[in-house]
Write a protein that binds this ligand. Structure first.
Ligand SMILES: NC(=O)c1ccc[n+]([C@@H]2O[C@H](COP(=O)([O-])OP(=O)(O)OC[C@H]3O[C@@H](n4cnc5c(N)ncnc54)[C@H](O)[C@@H]3O)[C@@H](O)[C@H]2O)c1
Length: 259
């Protein structure tokens, strides 16, 4: 029996990268997964698909109501829709700032808002009405050069998640954030791909103490845990899944000792 047997899950940003990996893993674990994305590229394992923009409140509300009506409930929401973007603040257009904040933070808020309406109304199963998993980032836990809009959006997702845990815990709803390190997806390729970024890419890879980037499946594994009853006492956490990136600095002292 799978860890998410018979659960109804909604995943945003489901067409690519981490969201698509969540769809596959959740389906393998027995969930029925409804994917949401601006793209039509339906992820393997999805039983339903909504092509919409998470910034569109009417579309989000309508789609989540349809999922709840068709399947009786929404047990799990994973917010993986996101965009990269930022730069030094004095060079950053307000429109670029708005786009990143609107997709990453407001989109997460809107999906949570309209999933919560259904989670609150449904009967608990094993004392739980629902589980929300938001994709933040290690860039929501600490600063990075040129991070600006992206880091602000992900820092916002971390605190939004903690507040959800506080406000809805008494109603049997858990909320957690995953803070991935750098993960090999089209988003990472878009930011760090190309010859000009090679040195930066190598330096960032080295900051992960495992000396490699993550794989989408490694983030989906933690999302699966957080969505499942194995995490029944885990709420309000921002969990770094980062190959040791945020463990601390490594200036190479132990390398001199043969490690
Ligand atoms: N890849 C990384 O290194 C990394 C690290 C930390 C956090 N994250 C976060 O994980 C999440 C997934 O990232 P990824 O690397 O898989 O990216 P990705 O670009 O591979 O996938 C993101 C998906 O979100 C969709 N999307 C974008 N804007 C949308 C919108 N307005 N409405 C609906 N769908 C939209 C895209 O179409 C795409 O399918 C994002 O929130 C990202 O910020 C990624």
């Amino acid at each position: 029996m799978g860890r998410l047997e018979a659960k109804i899950a909604v995943v945003t940003g489901a067409a690519s990268g981490i969201g698509a990996a969540c769809v596959r893993r959740f389906a393998d674990e027995g969930a029925r997964v409804f994917g949401i994305d601006t793209s039509e590229a339906r992820a393997a394992g999805a039983f339903g698909w909504g092509r919409l923009d998470v910034r569109d409140e009417d579309a989000i509300a309508r789609t989540l109501a349809e999922v709840a009506r068709a399947h009786g409930r929404i047990d799990v929401l994973v917010n993986a829709a996101g965009v990269a973007g930022g730069g030094p603040v004095h060079l950053l257009d307000a429109a670029a700032w708005d786009r990143v904040l609107d997709v990453n933070l407001k989109g997460t808020f809107l999906a949570c808002k309209h999933a919560l309406a259904h989670m609150l109304a449904q009967q608990p199963i094993d004392a739980e009405r629902g589980s929300i998993v938001n994709l933040a980032s290690i860039e929501g836990l600490e600063g990075t050069a040129g991070g600006s809009a992206y880091n602000a959006s992900k820092g916002g997702v971390v605190l939004l998640t903690k507040n959800l845990a506080i406000d809805y815990g008494r109603r049997g709803i858990r909320a957690n954030a995953i803070c991935p390190g750098f993960v090999e997806t089209p988003m990472l390729e878009g930011v760090l791909g190309g010859e000009a970024m090679r040195a930066v890419r190598d330096e960032i890879r080295r900051e992960h103490k495992l000396r490699r980037f993550g794989r989408p499946e490694e983030i989906a594994a933690v999302a699966c845990f957080l969505a499942s009853s194995d995490a029944s006492f885990v709420s309000g956490q921002a969990i770094a899944v980062d190959g040791g990136f945020t463990a601390g600095r490594d200036p190479g002292v132990t390398a001199l000792m043969g490690l």
